[in-house]
Structures are given as structure tokens and as C-alpha cells.
Design a protein around this ligand. Structure first.
Ligand code: F6R
Length: 612
């Protein structure tokens, strides 16, 4: 979950590294640090807290040099403190690391017995000691790193410098992402955890695979396996512009990303619909003969899990294929019943979530074909599925705000396309109905646009409820997961306790909470469950509960029971969730903004959860 940037070339490394880390701060922000090599000596600056504290440290004591590495941390081993901030240096070897060294205690014990002194509580410092020990017994930098790597177990992305060989940066990867960026106009090369860190400098990348390492110099990059076998690195052009990773005039990335949804959704649909034939082209996803699949199991975490819950409604109703949805963190611990007739579909924005990745590996172990709906290209989950069931990319562009917004709605669109594809391939969905569904889906970007234009009304609602202690979210059918998602958005960025419930479950417990101090946000759009949902809301009203209702255009009755109403455009019930979530995102955003919390980087969270 940490962010790494490294640079080797002719320019000032510190600026490039710190600017890159700023784009990765969403990955962790407990502390940050930079190490630069100059005249064969390493100098390090580190600071606890956000990157701005490191900025200050660098103003007080600047670093110059054209080779360096930097890190922004999300604490795993060792509390957030300067001594635990990366980089960690031992005898001229300097290391930054993302991941967890699982045999850390055993290695540390052994190193202490050999009189090695530790200056941090981290697992990372182990690696610096191991490389330093191998170098001390005469191995060159590359061989010393290679030898050290045979001793560590776990998930890692390491980036390492050596004072003795200052013309190199070495990186190695296992289960944590590393991308190498090639200098386009000068003799220089880059390494980072994620593309946005390097977009200002290059669009040409190699994504390292697990079990690979790379040696970067000014003039080139050599990729090998960990034991030194040469590998021909695949070089990719990525067409994200640097502006896509900037705030573009919005106060927060989250706000920008909410407003990017019309474009992002259009990008998810683009090139995938063959309207005349009413067919969907899934691009990288290769389902093969869909009739061999007797069911699908969707696995994901957090917001992506909520997308999976909506996906179940879409796929079961449109394609009549049974779907189960499992939290990835639970999936592999419950001895799941899966085999080659079960399609395992992972949903992940980052493509790096450790639990989801592990669930996919578990599925493969049982012979299940594995598929992914993913945003980040060439991410670990995407690559794990390539060659099995493949990947459908959402094309939402970089999502930087920790709270997921455009990734979620584009996941819903991708799942809807998948449902239509399955429905057609299974012979369930006729051409005319599929065409109507696809036409309706194409309406979504415009419909979201109209809601975004009415943002001001949600700011007013946010002001009224910003000081609430708890908020209840209710929905039914495919809008039940949207109630869960609305509650998650509010709690993660405003720290207000919120719970999502299926509206029909109210009377089985949560109704006891209702009084004039508990606002309820309810989704009551037109559809099969409308009348029943309204009855549930009447029950809230009768107990003096405050009601904020998301209703469909043309609903003239709802205002009578609501304190506040937000109208969403009409579409099909299965497309409704893609619309109803938007006001909930905006409501959560404005409540958090009014309360002055750190919207893009809420406390204790990180964008990409690469630890289990
Ligand atoms: C919430 C949020 C998280 C992620 C979850 C899975 O706003 O962003 O709950 O959805 O950590 O992440 P991905 O989709 O990257 O696997």
C-alpha cells in the first residue's frame, strides 16, 4: 500500500521523486522520505505525516543529486514515526519497500545474533541489512540483492541504492506492483509503484511481473528473473495524460472524479457495443463457451464488492445465470465449492487488492476460469486473469481519491455489459430487448450530467445533516447495495457512523434506532419494490425520523413523506443503481467537506490495500 518512486538520469532527482510521491500519496500517508546519491554518498530526509512535512524538511535541508529513491508509507510493521519512515540505510545500502516480509521475526533474530543493530521497527530494514551483509562478503550490488532476495519471504516491491555502485537502481517484485518508466527525451529512467507518479515524464512503461527484477541505469534497463535469467521486457504505451491525474480545478480529487463519471462511463461503453446485432464485445475478456459455466462467483472488497452485489441482480435477471457474491477476504477461508464449471469474477479498481488477488489464485487452484473487471491496466489481478478468462478494463482513468466513485459506476456499467453479453450468448435475451438495454445504458452519461448540474441542492441537504452522529441508508433490490455504498462513502470520508440496510429489514431491528436525531437516506425509485419501500419509509416517518429520499423523475407522491427529495432521471430498474449512487457520493462528499475532514486521504485508509 505504500508508494515508491525512483529516478536515475541528469535532472534533479529530489523534485522528480517528491512530485511523483505526491501522485502516490493516496497509497499511504503516514510518513514519507527521500534518499539521493551524490558523489558516492547517500543523504536522506524523512518526515512523519503527510508529504508537506517532507517538503518542509527538504526546504530546511535541501538534497541535490541525480539518482534517488523515495517512499510514502502506510504503516504495517512499526508505528508511524520518523525512525520507521523509509528509506532505510545500512552500510551504504538504501532501501524502500512496499509489502510485508513474512519471515521478518526469524530474519531479524538471526541478524541480531550476528550483531546487527537496528534503528527502526520495520521489516524493510531487514532487507538493507541482508544486502549489506552480502556486499560485505564481496558480492557486487546485483548479486548481493539477488542473494538477499532468496532469504526473504512475502509480498514486496523493493527499490534499492548502493553507494559503491551509484550508477544503478535495483528493483525487484513479488505481489506488490512495480512499473518502470523509460526516459523519452534524455538518458534517464524511472521506477514507481503506479503509473500516475511518472506520467509527467513518460508514457512508456514496463510492468514487472512477480519474480522479476530490473537494474536501471541512465542509459538502459535490464530485466531478469530473480536468479538472473534475462527477460525480454514488454514495453507498453499508456495514453493517460498527466492532466488526468491532476485536480483540474476541483477542490478535491474525489469531487473531480465524481464529475468525471459521464466521460468515464462513456469510455467504458465505447467500442464495446455492436448495436445492429445487439451484441457486446468484451475486449480482453474471453469467456469461451459460456454454456460450460453453471454459475458465477463474484469476489471483491469494499466498494468493488458492492458493485458485485449489484452485478448479481444484473446477471441473474438478464442472463439467468446463478451468481454468488463473496467478500474476497472471506472467500478462500471457507473452503469454497468451485470447479471448472464456476466462473470466478474479480472486481477491483486497483487490481492490487491482496485479498482479491488471493481469491483469484484460490479459484485457479480449483480449476475455475478466472475473469476480472479492473481499472488499472496490467495490474496484478489483471495479469493473473490473462490467459484464463481475461480482463475487462473499465477505462475510468486514474482514480486518486481514496473513496472510490467513478471506478464504482464504471464497474456497474461493465457488469451490465457483461450481463447483456451473457444473456445473448446463453440465448436468453432477444435482440430487441438487448438493443433497448444498450440504448438505455448509453443514456446514462447524459443523465448523470443532469444530476451533477443540480449539485447545489445536495450541498443544502449536506449542511442540514453535517453534524449528525449516525445516518441510516435504506434501499431494496439492486438499490440495496447502493444503500451499503452510500453508507460506506459517508463513514470513510466524514467519520460519521452510517449503516446500510435492506429497507424490508427495518422492522426486524434497526427501526428501534429511529427518532428525530437519526436521518435516514432512502432510495425509493420506481420499480417493483417502490410501494413496499414507501411503506417502510412511512414507518420511519411515523417515528419522527428525518427522511432524505432519492426518487424517480415524475414521482409526485414522495414529497409528502420526505424532508428532502433528490430526483434522479428515469431509466430501467437495473440501470437505476448507476444513477442513484451519484447523489449519495455528492452528499457524502459535501458533508465531509463541510466538516473539514481530509476528503482525499481519510485517516487510517489507503487507496490500494496490498496487505491481507
Ligand atoms: C471505498 C474503497 C474501498 C475499495 C476496496 C477495494 O471507497 O475505495 O472499499 O473499494 O479497498 O479496492 P479495489 O477496488 O482496488 O480492489
Amino acid at each position: 500500500m505504500c508508494g515508491i518512486v525512483g529516478y536515475i538520469g541528469e535532472q534533479d532527482a529530489t523534485d522528480i521523486i517528491v512530485e511523483g510521491l505526491r501522485k502516490l500519496e493516496y497509497r499511504g500517508y503516514d510518513s514519507a522520505g527521500v534518499a539521493v546519491l551524490k558523489d558516492g554518498r547517500t543523504e536522506i530526509r524523512r518526515a512523519v505525516g503527510k508529504l508537506r512535512n517532507l517538503d518542509k524538511a527538504l526546504v530546511e535541508r535541501p538534497l541535490t543529486g541525480s539518482v534517488g529513491i523515495g517512499h510514502t508509507r502506510w504503516a504495517t510493521h512499526g508505528r508511524p514515526a520518523e525512525q520507521n519512515a523509509h528509506p532505510h540505510a545500512v552500510d551504504g545500502i538504501t532501501v524502500v519497500h512496499n509489502g510485508i516480509i513474512e519471515n521478518y521475526l526469524e530474519l531479524r533474530h538471526r541478524l541480531v545474533q550476528r550483531d546487527r543493530r537496528f534503528s527502526s521497527e520495520t521489516d524493510t530494514e531487514i532487507m538493507a541489512h541482508l544486502v549489506a551483509e552480502h556486499a560485505a562478503r564481496g558480492l557486487g550490488f546485483v548479486d548481493a540483492v539477488r542473494a538477499a532476495l532468496t532469504e526473504v519471504r512475502g509480498a514486496y516491491a523493493f527499490v534499492i541504492l548502493s553507494e559503491r555502485e551509484p550508477d544503478k537502481i535495483i528493483t525487484a517484485k513479488n505481489a506488490s506492483p512495480i512499473v518502470i518508466g523509460y526516459g523519452e527525451n534524455a538518458e534517464e529512467n524511472y521506477v514507481a509503484s503506479d503509473i500516475p507518479a511518472l506520467l509527467a515524464h513518460t508514457r512508456t512503461f514496463t510492468f514487472l511481473n512477480d519474480g522479476e527484477m530490473a537494474v536501471l541505469s541512465k542509459s538502459g534497463v535490464v530485466v531478469t528473473t530473480l536468479d538472473g535469467q534475462p527477460i525480454e521486457a514488454k514495453v507498453k504505451r499508456v495514453d493517460w495524460s498527466p492532466v488526468m491525474a491532476e485536480k483540474g480545478g476541483h477542490k478535491h480529487f474525489m469531487h473531480k472524479e465524481i464529475f468525471e463519471q459521464p466521460t468515464a462511463i462513456a469510455d467504458t461503453i465505447r467500442g464495446r457495443v455492436i448495436m445492429e446485432e445487439a451484441r457486446v464485445h468484451l475486449e480482453g475478456m474471453e469467456l469461451g463457451d459460456v454454456n460450460r459455466l453453471q454459475r458465477l462467483v463474484i469476489t471483491a472488497c469494499g466498494t468493488s464488492y458492492h458493485a458485485g452485489l449489484v452485478g448479481k441482480f444484473m446477471i441473474e435477471q438478464i442472463a439467468r445465470l446463478p451468481v454468488e457474491v463473496d467478500l474476497a477476504s472471506e472467500f478462500r477461508y471457507r473452503q469454497p465449492v468451485i470447479d471448472e464449471t464456476t466462473g470466478l469474477l474479480a472486481i477491483s479498481q486497483s487490481g492490487e487488492t491482496a485479498d482479491t488477488l488471493a481469491a483469484i489464485k484460490e479459484g485457479k487452484r480449483h480449476g475455475a476460469p478466472v475473469f476480472a473487471v479492473c481499472n488499472v491496466i496490467e495490474s496484478s489481478i489483471a495479469r493473473e486473469c490473462t490467459g484464463s478468462g481475461g480482463v475487462m478494463y473499465t477505462h475510468a482513468g486514474p482514480e486518486i481519491g481514496v473513496a472510490s466513485t467513478k471506478a464504482f459506476t464504471t464497474q456497474l456499467v461493465a457488469l451490465h455489459l457483461l450481463a447483456i453479453h451473457l444473456g445473448r450468448e446463453r440465448g436468453i435475451l432477444d435482440r430487441a430487448t438487448a438493443q433497448e438495454m444498450l440504448t438505455n445504458l448509453r443514456e446514462v452519461p447524459k443523465q448523470i450530467e443532469t444530476m451533477l448540474n443540480r449539485e447545489a441542492s445536495l450541498v443544502a441537504v449536506a449542511r442540514r445533516y453535517a453534524k449528525s452522529k449516525d445516518v441510516l441508508y435504506l434501499g431494496r433490490g439492486p438499490n440495496y447495495p447502493i444503500a451499503l455504498e452510500g453508507a460506506l462513502k459517508l463513514k470513510e470520508i466524514s467519520y460519521i457512523h452510517a449503516e446500510g440496510y435492506a429497507a424490508g429489514e427495518m422492522k426486524h431491528g434497526p427501526i428501534a434506532l429511529i427518532d428525530e436525531n437519526l436521518p435516514t437516506v432512502a432510495i425509493a425509485t420506481q420499480g417493483d419494490a417502490y410501494e413496499k419501500t414507501v411503506s417502510n419509509l412511512e414507518e420511519v416517518r411515523a417515528r419522527d425520523g428525518k427522511l432524505i429520499i432519492i426518487a424517480s423523475e415524475g414521482d409526485s407522491k414522495i414529497a409528502a413523506i420526505a424532508d428532502d427529495v433528490f430526483i434522479v432521471p428515469r431509466n430501467q430498474p437495473l440501470i437505476d443503481p448507476i444513477l442513484t449512487v451519484v447523489p449519495l457520493q455528492l452528499l457524502a462528499y459535501h458533508i465531509a467537506d463541510i466538516n473539514g475532514t481530509d476528503v482525499d486521504q481519510p485517516r487510517n485508509l489507503a487507496k490500494s490495500v496490498t496487505v491481507e
